[in-house]
Design a protein around this ligand. Structure first.
Ligand SMILES: Cc1cc2nc3c(=O)[nH]c(=O)nc-3n(C[C@H](O)[C@H](O)[C@H](O)COP(=O)(O)O)c2cc1C
Ligand code: SF4
Ligand code: SF4
Length: 255
């Protein structure tokens, strides 16, 4: 199916869309934009760039929303806030409002994906959260999952009943075919959650458990071909951090 529709009446043939198309799907002829046969990745650059609003995308809701550039967020404020973020492991009982959850998911939806695949999915544990955590606790108490790099740390962990989700009210499991796509979506979501006053913990231990437990995988009912890539544990922090932590020296070079 041709996803791109050009309104010939509105098109002035400026060529901006064709010049910016990643897959040479568009060309200008007779003073109008036209579409080629295949290869459109549905990225929306042509839709976004057209000064005439002449482009629509079949199968998508085209709302004609104005952009807000990242420069609206002062860079120094953003950087200091990013350096101030902490993994949160202590939460209040306060539930996360639906409106905030929607914003977190929307941030994930708008993260970049390789080839614009958009093959990242989000599973909120909801009513199954306690059951999922109990499965993980049982695995870890038996010592399963603490192999490899965690083996030497095993005796230091106290596998409490809320070891995985820390009593947080919201757990979002991020799955996808690509680790990178899901990881990027998760980072977007984390930043959004923090800007909403929430705290986040990536539960890598939960991800390990999904590799070990068929029961967990069946519970999650992931889309075909998806694997659990990250797990975001989210809630209102009951801790406050006062200073930015030091980090190892930057490893960067110019070739
Ligand atoms: C992919 C990933 C998985 C993680 N898994 C866990 C986890 O299962 N449990 C935990 O307590 N912390 C987990 N963390 C948090 C890290 O320990 C934490 O990011 C690191 O100590 C640095 O602290 P900061 O995030 O506060 O800067 C994870 C972090 C990442 C990025
Ligand atoms: S959606 Fe992207 S790939 Fe498709 S025609 Fe527009 S710019 Fe090109
Ligand atoms: S950017 Fe819009 S007006 Fe310009 S050629 Fe493309 S469709 Fe036509």
């Amino acid at each position: 199916m041709n996803p791109i529709i050009i309104n010939e009446e509105k098109c002035i043939g400026c060529g901006l869309c064709a010049k910016d198309c990643v897959s040479s799907y568009l060309y200008i002829e007779g003073g109008k934009a036209h579409t080629n046969k295949g290869g459109c990745i549905e990225c929306g650059h042509c839709y976004a760039i057209c000064p005439q609003g002449a482009v629509t995308m079949a199968g998508y809701e085209c709302k004609d929303e104005a952009v807000v550039p990242m420069t609206e967020i002062p860079a120094d404020t953003l950087l200091t806030a990013m350096r101030s973020r902490r993994s949160i492991r202590q939460f209040t009982d306060q539930p996360v409002e639906q409106e905030k959850l929607d914003k977190i998911l929307e941030a994930g939806r708008y993260s970049p994906t390789g080839g614009n695949s958009q093959k990242v999915a989000y599973t909120i544990l909801g009513s199954r959260q306690a059951e999922a955590e109990a499965i993980c606790v049982e695995l870890f108490r038996k010592g399963i999952g603490l192999a490899g790099k965690f083996a030497s740390l095993a005796e230091r962990f106290n596998i409490t009943d809320n070891f995985f989700f820390k009593g947080a009210p919201l757990v979002i499991v991020v799955s996808g075919k690509s680790k990178t796509d899901a990881g990027l979506a998760s980072a977007y979501m984390e930043i959004m959650a923090e800007s909403l006053g929430l705290g986040v913990l990536y539960s890598g231990f939960f991800v390990s458990c999904t590799k070990l437990s068929r029961k967990l995988r069946e519970m999650l009912k992931l889309p075909k071909g998806h694997k659990v890539r990250t797990c975001l544990v989210i809630g209102y922090p009951s801790v406050k951090y006062r200073r930015i932590v030091p980090r190892k020296p930057l490893q960067a070079k110019t070739l």
